[in-house]
Ligand binder design. Structure first.
Ligand code: SF4
Length: 362
């Protein structure tokens, strides 16, 4: 099967947020041109493939200048065939959106923007080390709308330590009131390689986080958001992220850039996550791939089951391996899973412990 999605990693950030553990490059803006050239080189060998989603993630892709986008978009258009209904997403941070940039991105064909708002509470934004405040996020959102973006995702983070229920409710309502079509929910977590980890930041316990998750989901529901995946909410099926659904359905995708991952339908591979090494490899015509894993048939099926359980649409029952039937039937009886019309789905209760269930299924 040919890849249907492309992921392009743009690692540049103006500073490192305190929770961040992504593959990024801070203070390296002077290397953007070199990086874009490297991406173009990396794409060369994939000529002629048809794609239905393109996703610019980061880092902060909106930190690229117009010239960088021209070069990249020309290479993408030259190398790949776009399906008519292609979804083209770009991640952006509020401080890197202005009217000129929004107009330009629209003209380049982006039809979906994922805006890293995280919170509309300035105290939280400061705590996270974000480079924007709530008024700036509101302005960026308004500009995107005025420039014609009709499919906007907002990232929303919750589970801030010692946050009161009232503060959480207010924050979620303020984000929902902005009026986006899609919301992606992130639980604040202390990831290795993050500054919070170095500072030994402590979070609320799992039980409190689970209560907060349910509260957030309930409020989003009140504002017309439908939960179609464990952390993703959309106002209608039309605005569900096709790119992410391609991942969750285990469709093949190509990953370009430092630290990018790809999947061939059998092999998972990942590029070097060191900027200098990535640039050198691309300049000297070498492969950016640093490692790979070939999935066995059993692993592939389990991935499909586990990703499928994250989505509301669930998993076809006939995909579930025979040797997991007994365990799954126990969970159905205990109310964690539901079997309906030959589809296995996670219940509200199951969603709270899905990571545990997944670990036991493997
Ligand atoms: S969270 Fe996003 S904006 Fe912040 S440093 Fe990480 S990639 Fe950059």
């Amino acid at each position: 099967m040919n890849p249907s999605s492309i992921y392009i990693h743009i690692p540049f950030c103006s500073r490192k947020c305190l929770f961040c553990s992504f593959v990024i490059a801070v203070g390296q803006e002077h290397r953007r041109e070199e990086y874009v050239k490297a991406l173009v080189n990396e794409m060369k060998e994939y000529e002629g493939q048809r794609v239905n989603t393109i996703y610019f993630g980061g880092g902060t892709p909106s930190m690229l200048d117009e010239d960088h986008f021209y070069v990249l978009m020309n290479a993408i258009r030259k190398n790949f065939l776009f399906q008519n209904d292609i979804e083209m997403t770009i991640e952006a941070n509020p401080e890197s959106i202005n009217r000129t940039k929004a107009k330009f991105l629209k003209a380049q064909g982006f039809n979906r923007v994922s805006l890293g708002v995280q919170s509309m509470n300035d105290r939280h934004l400061k705590f996270l080390g974000r480079a924007h405040d709530a008024p700036l996020a509101r302005d960026a959102y308004r500009i995107l709308r005025e420039e014609g973006f009709v499919n906007i995702n907002l990232d929303l983070m919750y589970a801030f330590p010692q946050e009161t229920r009232e503060e959480l409710e207010e924050d979620v309502r303020n984000i929902a009131l902005l009026g986006s079509e899609h919301l992606s929910l992130y639980t604040l977590a202390i990831e290795p390689n993050s500054r919070f980890h170095t500072a030994r930041m402590k979070l609320d316990d799992d039980e409190s986080q689970a209560e907060q998750y349910l509260l957030v989901a309930r409020i989003l529901n009140e504002y017309g958001f439908n939960q179609y995946e464990i952390s993703n909410f959309s106002k209608s099926t039309r605005f569900e992220s096709t790119h992410n659904k391609n991942y969750w359905r285990c469709y093949p995708y190509l990953g370009f850039g430092m630290g990018a991952h790809g999947f061939t339908g059998r092999r998972r591979y990942w590029n070097t996550s060191r900027l200098q090494e990535y640039l050198e490899r691309m300049t000297h015509g070498k492969d950016a791939v640093e490692g790979f894993e070939d999935l066995t048939d059993d692993q592939l099926i389990m991935e499909k089951v586990l990703f499928g359980l994250r989505m509301h649409e669930g998993v076809p029952w006939d995909l579930v391996p025979l040797n997991r039937y007994k365990l799954i039937q126990t969970w159905i009886k205990e109310g964690f899973l539901l079997l309906e019309k030959q589809k296995l789905r996670t219940t509200d209760r199951g969603r709270l412990v899905l990571d545990e269930l997944s670990a036991r299924l493997i």
